[in-house]
Ligand binder design. Structure first.
Ligand code: SAH
Length: 416
C-alpha cells in the first residue's frame, strides 16, 4: 500500500497535538507521494507520527485530520465513526424528531461531511474534496449503519445537496443528486417537537431546513404561554419556511382569544414564504379559530422602519438573519447590520415583551454579539434582561478542540 506522508515545519505541531482538525498550507514542510484526496500520515519535522487525515493541495486547509491515533483509515474505520455519530442522536430520534442532523462534520470528527435526516431520507453535503471522492461509499455506509441502528424507521435514500461556498475553495463545483437508494419525493414532511414541516431538499437553503433552531422554536412556543390572558402578537423576521411562526401556533391553539392573536412572517424570498404559508396552514388546519397570520415579502430592515412609522408593536420579535460575516474581514460591517436590526427591533417590542435575536456568523463571537445587542438596547432607550443564552440544538455538537464549530448564538431578551 502506498504510504503518503505530509510533514510539518518545525514548531508547527502545537495545534495538531491539541487535536485541531485543520492543517494550513503555511505549516506544511514536505509532501511525499500524496495526491489530492488521499489519506495521509502527518508527522512532525523529524518524521514522528502526529495524526492522519486527507489531503488537498488546492485548499488553504491542506490536510483535514480524522484521527490522532496511529490507526488505519479503511471502510471499518469510517463505518465505526459514522456509527458513533448516529448513535449519539438516538435520544433525539426517540423523542420523535424526524429532522435531525446526523453528522456535523469536524464536530463529529468527520471533517467535511454533513448529513441531515429528513424522514426517510438523508441529505448530505460533501464540503471537501476528500469527502467528495468518497461520497458514494460514505452514503451507502451511512444508510446501512442508520438502518442497522434504527430498523424501525429505515431510510430509503441518500441525496446529495453539496451547495456551499467552501466547495469552491476546495476546487469543487456544486453538486446534487441521488447517491444511494431512492430519489426523495418533491415534498418531504418532517416532524420536530410534534410539528410538521415541509422541506424542499432540492431547492431549499442548506440541506433544506434550519435544523439548528429546533429547540429555540420550542423555546418560543413555551415562552408564549405566559400571554394566555390576552391576545399576543409575534413578528418572525427572516422567517424562511415559517419555523418560528409555526411553533408560535402551539401557543395560539389553547388560547381563549386565539382569533385575535397575530403572527407576521417577513422574508425576502417568495418561495420561502410560500412554504411558510403551507406549513402554517397545515399546522392551524385543526383550529376552530385560527389566528391572523401574515406572510410579508419584504426586506426586514425596511419592514421594521415602516412598522415603526405605522405605530405597530409586537409582544415577541424573532430575528434570525442570514450570515452577515463570511470571514473576519466582514465582522465590522456585519456588526453594523446586527446593531441596526436589533435597535429597530427593540423599538417595536411592547413593554414586558421579548426579542429573540440570533447571529449565525461564525466570525462574530458570542461575546461580540452580546455587546452589539447591548449597544442596540442602549440606543433604543429601553431596558432589557437576558433571560436565556441560545445556541444550536444537541444534534449540532461543537468539538471542544474546534472552536470554529460554534456559529449559532442567540439571546432571549425581556424588554421593558
Ligand atoms: N428562522 C428561519 C431561518 C432563517 S434563514 C427558520 O427557523 O427556519 C434566513 C432567511 O432570511 C432566509 O429565508 C432568507 O431568504 C431571508 N433573508 C435574507 N435577507 C433578508 C432580508 N434583508 N430581509 C428579509 N429576509 C431576508
Amino acid at each position: 500500500m502506498k504510504r503518503a506522508t505530509v510533514s510539518l515545519l518545525k514548531d508547527r505541531e502545537k495545534p495538531v497535538r491539541q487535536q485541531h482538525p485543520w492543517v494550513f498550507s503555511g505549516a506544511i514542510g514536505k509532501v511525499n507521494g500524496a495526491e489530492n484526496g488521499d489519506i495521509v500520515t502527518l508527522t512532525d519535522h523529524r518524521g514522528a507520527f502526529l495524526a492522519r487525515g486527507y489531503y488537498n493541495a488546492r485548499s488553504q486547509i491542506q490536510v483535514r485530520l480524522l484521527t490522532w491515533q496511529d490507526e488505519v483509515i479503511d471502510e471499518a474505520w469510517w463505518r465505526a465513526r459514522l456509527r458513533r455519530a448516529l448513535q449519539a442522536r438516538a435520544y433525539l430520534l426517540a423523542q420523535g424528531h424526524t429532522g435531525v442532523r446526523l453528522v456535523n462534520a469536524e464536530n463529529d470528527f468527520l471533517a467535511g461531511l454533513v448529513a441531515d435526516l429528513y424522514g426517510q431520507f438523508i441529505v448530505v453535503q460533501a464540503l471537501t474534496l476528500g469527502i467528495d471522492q468518497r461520497k458514494r461509499e460514505l452514503a451507502r455506509w451511512l444508510a446501512e449503519t442508520f438502518n442497522a441502528l434504527y430498523p424501525q424507521q429505515p431510510v430509503l435514500g441518500v441525496y446529495e445537496r453539496s451547495v456551499a461556498d467552501v466547495r469552491g475553495k476546495e476546487g469543487l463545483r456544486d453538486a446534487a443528486g441521488v447517491l444511494w437508494g431512492d430519489e426523495p419525493p418533491e415534498e418531504l414532511w418532517v416532524r420536530e417537537h410534534g410539528r410538521a414541516f415541509c422541506v424542499d431538499v432540492r431547492h431549499g437553503h442548506k440541506t433544506g431546513f434550519y435544523l439548528d433552531q429546533r429547540d429555540n422554536r420550542q423555546q418560543l412556543a413555551d415562552l408564549l404561554l405566559q400571554f394566555a390572558d390576552r391576545p399576543f402578537s409575534v413578528l418572525n423576521l427572516f422567517s424562511y419556511t415559517g419555523g418560528f411562526g409555526v411553533a408560535a401556533l402551539d401557543a395560539v391553539r389553547p388560547h381563549a382569544q386565539a382569533a385575535q392573536c397575530r403572527i407576521v412572517h417577513v422574508d425576502s424570498s417568495q418561495e420561502a414564504l410560500r412554504l411558510a404559508q403551507r406549513n402554517s396552514e397545515r399546522s392551524s388546519a385543526d383550529m376552530p379559530a385560527p389566528p391572523q397570520v401574515a406572510f410579508v415579502a419584504a426586506d426586514s430592515f425596511a419592514f421594521l422602519r415602516a412598522a415603526q412609522q405605522d405605530g405597530d408593536a409586537f409582544d415577541v420579535i424573532v430575528c434570525d438573519p442570514p450570515k452577515f460575516a463570511h470571514n473576519q474581514g466582514q465582522v465590522e460591517k456585519a456588526a453594523r447590520g446586527y446593531k441596526d436590526l436589533n435597535l429597530n427591533a427593540f423599538k417595536l417590542v411592547k413593554a414586558g415583551g421579548y426579542l429573540m435575536t440570533f447571529s449565525c456568523s461564525g466570525a462574530v463571537s458570542r461575546d461580540l454579539f452580546q455587546k452589539i445587542v447591548f449597544g442596540a438596547l442602549a440606543d433604543s432607550g429601553r431596558q432589557g434582561q437576558i433571560v436565556r443564552q441560545l445556541s444550536a440544538g444537541d444534534d449540532h455538537p461543537i468539538a471542544l478542540t474546534f472552536p470554529e464549530g460554534e456559529y449559532l448564538k442567540g439571546l432571549l431578551v425581556r424588554v421593558y
